[in-house]
Design a protein around this ligand. Structure first.
Ligand code: FAD
Length: 547
């Protein structure tokens, strides 16, 4: 059997290795239009900043090593121009010679990935305007910085690659401005969670311009024009606006695509053509939680699909790739941000209603026991349905964020719910966690909500209907010195039982403490004495984060 694989990085490289391990006799040809195969695209930003010191570290392996180890023919700088699916043939251009030629296949695997979106605007091709996607891209940025010693950098786009790039340019000593068209950074987060990151970026000295669209450059790329009319000076600009699937050859071959250009595949990664398979950023996947179709360009899913597809291509045994839940993590200076599943804004877009179709728990636990040195806070936003099913989670913090998101992702994978998050027995010693892990805490709050023990409101709800609530601050007076919410009445938790006569049963109380625990206790006291009371999710910490 002759198998041609198109694209030799995440999905493609995994697939060829697995193909060979499963079948020593198959003829495998890998075609890659770039200069390199199997490079660490996820590591590229860190080479700019210097965390990855050696350029060689960016190569997971080399072409020669794969060829030797796996007996696979690899042709780099060879691009597939078209697919003739009826005759099972691809047309290729070899950029080293300029020659065009054809190759037949029995099975074809497309792992062509995605490409960064480059808008067609004035001055986009100036020599100080870059994208960061491949090794040649990072080489160009690296050498520009070494030679030209730029001082001011503009990063366009506040997704995870944009943020990683901003951090690494900053680490390199540049003054960085980050421009983002939407009203928040990091699209997988909700705005309230993104705000924590935005504060951190600004504290670090990155200038943030939200709600600003890129509109080209002038003055040889040294002036960045924004749609609002604003202009920024920039010695080097990196575009990180979004990605598009590399599905042109699939489209012209008549393979079935979705409206975003993603190749449609079945659970065996087979496209609409019997002999063509596809994996990675270029395909449409099933949302693990909602079951809907979506596109989630991440390295983990690409690798898993690349591994699974090999058996299907070889018709050895059927291996299915179920679905993607979008588990992701990124470092943003000292903070770590991680997400899994849906966020609130995407659920709302899909027609979900808060307190009807989904609920939120918002907690600020410490990364490990508070009495052991080095404990740092994290914020966990857990989104769950009426029956406790987990719809998504977002975590922003400093330490232990990656571990907690992976626990939640694993729970989702095994169809666990918020009751399971409460019940999970997790490893504990003071340097690592607390006897009640942050994940347990998120679960406790969620189950308390579902059981009606607490009826929390979000700060947004409070803001939208201020006149409905009387706000009680139940922190100790010493904590209130540094600030209180607008129009809040001070009634520390320790005094509430004695001062209950000051409260009015005709009023609806919105209660807050520092992070939500004392607010919940106060809510329980009031509720059990016949008052209408709501804990404010996230407490004063969230108020400070998002105000
Ligand atoms: P790729 O790995 O992009 O490989 C596609 C290859 O196909 C490319 O080399 C391309 O040249 C080649 N190709 C395309 N068309 C043709 C053609 N017609 N003929 C021949 N060759 C062709 N994901 C994470 O999960 N975590 C991270 O931290 C992370 N960080 C990232 C940082 C950066 C800077 C970048 C760029 C990406 C990052 N990603 C991250 C995303 C991750 O790298 C991708 O999701 C993953 O590589 C997708 O795998 P793939 O096989 O679909 O495509």
């Amino acid at each position: 059997m002759k198998i041609i694989v198109v694209g030799g990085v995440a999905g493609g490289a995994t697939a060829i290795a697995r193909l060979r391990r499963l079948d020593e006799n198959a003829e495998i040809l890998l075609l890659e239009r770039g200069k390199y195969v199997s490079f660490a695209n996820c590591g590229l930003p860190y080479y700019i900043g210097g965390a990855i010191e050696e350029r060689d570290s960016l190569f997971v392996t080399t072409k020669e090593s794969i060829e030797d180890k796996y007996n696979i023919e690899i042709r780099t700088e060879n691009e597939v121009l078209s697919i003739d699916k009826e005759n099972k043939r691809v047309r290729i251009i070899d950029y080293t010679s300029g020659r065009e030629y054809e190759e037949d296949y029995d099975k074809l695997l497309l792992s062509t990935g995605s490409s960064p979106f480059i808008p067609d605007v004035e001055g986009i091709n100036e020599r100080n305007i870059f994208k960061l996607w491949t090794v040649p891209d990072v080489d160009a940025i690296y050498s520009f910085i070494e030679k030209e010693k730029p001082k001011k950098a503009v990063v366009i786009g506040g997704g995870f690659i944009g943020l990683e790039t901003a951090e690494n340019l900053y680490e390199k000593g540049l003054e960085v401005t980050l421009v983002e068209m939407s009203d928040q950074v990091m699209p997988p987060l909700d705005k309230d969670m993104a705000k924590i990151l935005e504060n951190h970026l600004e504290n670090k000295g990155v200038k943030l311009l939200l709600g600003e669209g890129f509109d080209g450059t002038e003055n040889k790329g040294k002036t960045i024009k924004l749609k609002s009319g604003k202009k920024l000076e920039s010695d080097i600009t990196i575009l990180s606006i979004g990605v598009r699937p590399n599905s042109e050859i699939a489209k012209s071959a008549g393979l079935e695509l979705n409206e975003r250009g993603g190749i449609k595949v079945d659970k065996f990664q087979k496209t609409s053509d019997e002999n063509i398979y596809a994996v990675g950023d270029v395909i449409e996947v099933k949302d693990f939680i909602l079951g809907t179709n979506t596109m989630i360009p991440l390295a983990g899913p690409a690798n898993k699909q690349g591994r699974a597809v090999a058996s299907n291509i070889l018709e050895k045994r059927e291996e299915t790739y179920k679905a993607t839940m979008g588990t992701s993590v990124a470092k943003v200076f000292d903070m770590t941000v991680a997400t899994v599943g849906s966020n609130e804004k995407s659920l709302i877009k899909k027609g979900y209603k808060y307190k009807k179709d989904y609920y939120i728990s918002l907690v600020h636990p410490m990364s490990h026991a508070g009495y052991y040195p080095g404990a740092l806070p994290m914020t966990i936003k857990l989104i769950f349905g009426r029956d406790g099913e987990i719809l998504g989670a977002q975590i922003v913090g400093y330490d232990g964020v990656d571990k907690r998101i992976d626990i939640i992702a694993t729970t989702i994978y095994f169809k666990g719910n918020v009751y399971d998050l409460s019940d999970l027995e997790l490893a504990y010693a003071p340097p690592y966690s607390s006897a009640k892990d942050p994940v347990n805490f998120a679960g406790y709050v969620a189950t308390n909500i579902l059981e009606g023990l607490t009826e929390p409101i979000t700060l947004q709800e409070l803001k939208e209907d201020k006149s409905k609530y009387t706000v009680l601050d139940v922190r100790e007076e010493i904590e209130q010195v540094s600030g209180m919410m607008d129009e809040a009445i001070s009634m520390p938790l320790t005094e509430i039982r004695n001062r209950i006569g000051e409260l009015d049963k005709n009023k609806e109380y919105a209660i807050y403490c520092a992070v939500g625990i004392r607010g919940y206790i106060a809510e329980r006291i009031l509720k059990q004495r016949g008052f209408s009371a709501h804990n404010i999710l996230g407490g004063y910490r969230t108020y400070l984060d998002i105000e």
